[in-house]
Design a protein around this ligand. Structure first.
Ligand code: ZN
Length: 182
């Protein structure tokens, strides 16, 4: 019999043991923290994800639950060059390894390349999807080629200069340290 899993309250160990899969897709509005980063646009944005469980042999011979997550989102952000909305694509593709408790997770996290999370019988999978997509947000979203009829684009040299400083905060910091070579 196939077992049903609930994304918002996922029994991670059982999910991994069953090699189960879950997927979801919906509007950006369902992800409040991510939606807060987006701007108003005709196309409000969307999120899609897929998770797969897998059980692996741990160091102590104990079965260790792993989870693979693939998530994508498209959302309107503000282009830092022309200040118009730019539809931005985010993608996350990574493995997570689960430890039985906080202490073990901290130790494993030191020695492993993957992210280590604490095992839960009620794991918030959509919360993880949202966390990961938030981390994938670009620091300075930009059009590949900005729309041409944007009034602020290249005309104003002060604006261009201000834009450059915003893009590189370290340049501004360097100016405050007189001893540093340029
Ligand atoms: Zn632009």
């Amino acid at each position: 019999m196939k077992r049903e899993f609930t994304p918002a309250r996922l029994d991670v160990a059982a999910f991994a043991e069953a090699d189960a899969r879950l997927s979801g897709q919906g509007s950006l509005d369902e992800y409040a923290r991510l939606a807060a980063e987006a701007v108003e646009a005709d196309d409000p944005g969307a999120v899609a994800w897929e998770a797969a469980g897998e059980q692996r042999q741990g160091a102590a011979g104990r079965a260790e639950p792993w989870l693979h997550l693939h998530a994508e989102a498209a959302l309107p952000l503000i282009c830092q060059r022309c200040l118009a909305p730019v539809r931005t694509h985010l993608e996350v593709d990574r493995w997570f390894r689960f430890a039985p408790d906080e202490d073990t997770a901290a130790v494993l996290d030191e020695e492993s390349e993957e992210d280590v999370l604490v095992l839960s019988r009620e794991f918030d999978l959509p919360g993880l999807v949202e966390d990961e997509l938030l981390m994938a947000l670009p620091i300075t979203p930009r059009h590949e080629t900005c729309p041409q009829d944007v009034p602020l684009s290249v005309a104003d040299p002060d604006f261009e200069a201000a834009d450059k400083e915003r893009v590189n905060p370290f340049a501004a910091l360097a100016k405050l340290r007189p001893g540093k070579p340029k």
